[in-house]
Design a protein around this ligand. Sequence first.
Ligand code: BGC
Length: 718
Amino acid sequence: MARMTMEEKVGQLGCFADMHRPFAADVNPEVAAQSASEVLAEVRAGRVGTLFNGVGAALGREAQRIAVEESRLGIPLLFAADVIHGMRTVFPIPLGEGASFEPELARRTARAAAIEATAAGLHWTFAPAVDIARDQRWGRGAEGSGEDVLLGCVFGAARVRGFQGDDLRAEDALLATPKHFAAYGGAAAGLDYSQVDISAQTLRDVHLPPFRACIEAGALTLMSAFNDINGIPASANRWLLTDLLRTEWGFDGLVIGDYTADMELIAHGYAEDERDATRLAFTAGLDISMQSGFYRDHLPALVAAGVVDRAQLDASVRRVLELKDRLGLFDNPYRSLDPQREADTSHREAHEALARDAARRSIVLLKNDGDVLPLRRAGQRIALIGPMAEDRDNLEGCWVLFGERERYVDLVTGLRAALEDADALTVCAGSGLEEALPGGIDAAVAAARAADVVVLALGEPQRYSGEAQSRVSITLPPAQQALADAVVASGTPVVVLLRHGRALALEGGVRDAAAIAACWFLGSQTGPATADVLFGGYNPSARLPLSFPQHSGQQPYFYAHPRSGRPELPGVTEFKNRWRECTNAALYPFGHGLSYTTFDYGAPRLSTSRLTWDGTLTATVAVTNTGSVAGEEVVQLYVHDRVASRVRPVRELKDFRKVAIGPGETVEVGFELDRRQLAFTGPEMQSEAEPGAFDLWLAPSSVAGEAVQFELLGPGVE
Ligand code: BGC
């Protein structure tokens, strides 16, 4: 630190697109792209600390050599990238993985991604995204774990552990960055980059907990969000980045701004010009500026003028250097830059089995009337219809920069491989993703009529979700809807497979099909994983991490909504908390998902109906597999606070467990609950549980089960 010039210090606070080894020709459209030689000149001059979204061990090694041998102080570079749900091997989108209700699975896929990413010359991923998405119009829900706070916390924490591994200095440890801090998912009307105008309590109870959970799991960096929160942009929000994060939470890691987020303070109308934007972002607590170059260009003068405190600058620089040290870069700057390791593809092959398992564990069976599923491997004529049948361009979902596309296995290939008689399968697109095909519907209906069962592969193009992909209507494209309506009307039983990055409002033939499976974007092993579920090689065990509404216009629609003073009442149409066109019930609620077996729940039993202030309550339920095959059930614990000083949600998930149960077997599933799980932010911003009556459910979904009651006793009451 003592030897660093001002220029070298601000250099460490800059993160720039890695034009030396870019993953695509035009990776940074908003800002004049620097050429490879310009980037390397900056490295040589010690004017950059981190390069991002480049790939390749050999080229990375060369850039690192320049930093270490040719820059004055030899400070190693950090290499970052968006490795969101897989590197070469692609796992399901995080939303899909959330449906597994298996955080351990997310830890394992994050670990695999880290192994591949570090082999490709990376130290740092800009993941996990832990934004809670309660409005399905917003496209970035695909990157998170859905609408629920608890899922957001446990999946975020699991991914941090998976990326980073046990030892940050290990060759295959990948630094994690929970994002986007904070409340990015709260965008008004689900429109990406729009304002977030929410109560301080909702911010604390809904949007912040996943970040806290990730920090507790070992996250050392956070990425600030693009949006404003109640009028103050998150990336220049001193309350958020300093008062809350550092003073209240004691976070001593590093905050990186999202791509040009400091520059965008000008467009927000929050900063006057570049210098002002730099001042506002930096003094609020944003350590690293991504891509704008504002810190490099303006921080030195701001420090010289005494506008920015030199000690604050030093503190941020020290955080960057400490991070590099924690990764072991000062001891071994060439860690994770081994071309031999990159050339060895054995780890990728090993990860394919995990990708397949993760994908089938993410498929939610929404409906299975008449037990049309599982299909038979022989003796059944199957028509595979729809634009996703042979598609290879919409397997991975958003944010896959480095996927090994040649290895992807599409749906038709997976199905064919699973059949004993490959001739039993006929394939017909029927329509394009967005446009009708001439004669497509007629051909599809003919194929359906000639078959015993139809597998109808539909979905959103993958570019409908992800960043800046907001929709006004969360339906399937009209051409596919018309196809589905005609195929379902053919009378042959139809199994709909949906590919999607959000909840969809299902209509007409899609909604009325005999069977429906929510398949998200499943990644490299889409075909084999789907075949596993379709033919019963894997008994589906996933549950919805978000609510499927009846109509698009119900957004934002989520199960844990606060109670209304005029709740919907069956049969009463006027002056109630209801929509005109449909009931308030979800088409498929949060937590819902079917299996090829059935589970029966006994009545929940509580160890006590009087939970003392410092005590613990045990809630137990007997779950019986009443079918004839083994299956996995997700037992969900919900609570509801009957009377409180703020209006409370109708139900909130507080715990869950996935249990494997053999046919005819009964398993006792027990949970412990204490008052910390009942706490919420009150009217005076106190975070505490309130004594009084609670309902508790142990149930297979957010709308199922009978509640039992308990009372939380006040402090000192026995
Ligand atoms: C996204 C971030 C991402 C960054 C770097 C931004 O546009 O919002 O999630 O990490 O780009 O690629």
